[in-house]
Design a protein around this ligand. Sequence first.
Ligand SMILES: [Zn+2]
Length: 275
Amino acid sequence: MEPGVLLYGRGWIETGWPEGRMPSAADLDAVSPDNPVILSRADGHAMVVNSAALAAAGITDETENPDGGAIERDADGHATGMLIDNAQGLLSSLWTEPDAAAKALALETGAKVYVSRGWTGVHNMSVGPDEAPIMLELAGEGKMPLRLWNAFDATEEGMALAAAQDYEAPTITNHAIKLYMDGALGSRGAQLIKPYSDRPDTSGLSLITNEDLADFMKRADEAGIQVAVHAIGDLANQRLLDIYEAGGYPPEKRWRIEHTQILAPTDIARVGPWD
Ligand SMILES: [Zn+2]
């Protein structure tokens, strides 16, 4: 690889590693000092980057955390190379979007993996609106042997596509959007009522305000769009339940909380009415 060329990968998770700790820029610098390296955690809620990538993206010790994101720092205030949730966007200038042919190949390859494991359909989250025509084309060519239920990114384009149910086929449903209340537990981005017991300096991240989510839901309701909202921490789930209750959306809509991973004991009974 030529010096300066970006290396990107995704899929690591520290829980099975001997040290069981998050990786750092220093770990990557030792093997790749000259090429920017970006490695996304398996869940997509965090990434580790090396010093060359931090420098290329202009991230310094002084760079402020974006809303809903964290640039992890050590005791001296230096960026460690771990970027959580919305802070990952600070690196977006470093890579170019794959073209349609590359996306088609990735979708076809992924579908083959699922089918080889016996899957017949997937609920496909956080789909880019530009992927919808590619999936339809693959289905037409017999290269998409899965039933797809797609939930699109909650952009204007994604909302319009889900409202119109564009690019559907007998095996493809395009009628939902996915939103995010918070991050993930492993990267300490899940939004908790109390601080993390092993990270008392944080109680996680909020990725959307209650007002913005309520507004999205109202618009989705009016457009007949199904809504899926990612909520992992107990505060994220509590806020989401508050908004569902205030909106009075009935269970027949089949709206969903994605993950519902940690619930305050008093909130468990509140989920029942939407079952
Ligand atoms: Zn999720």
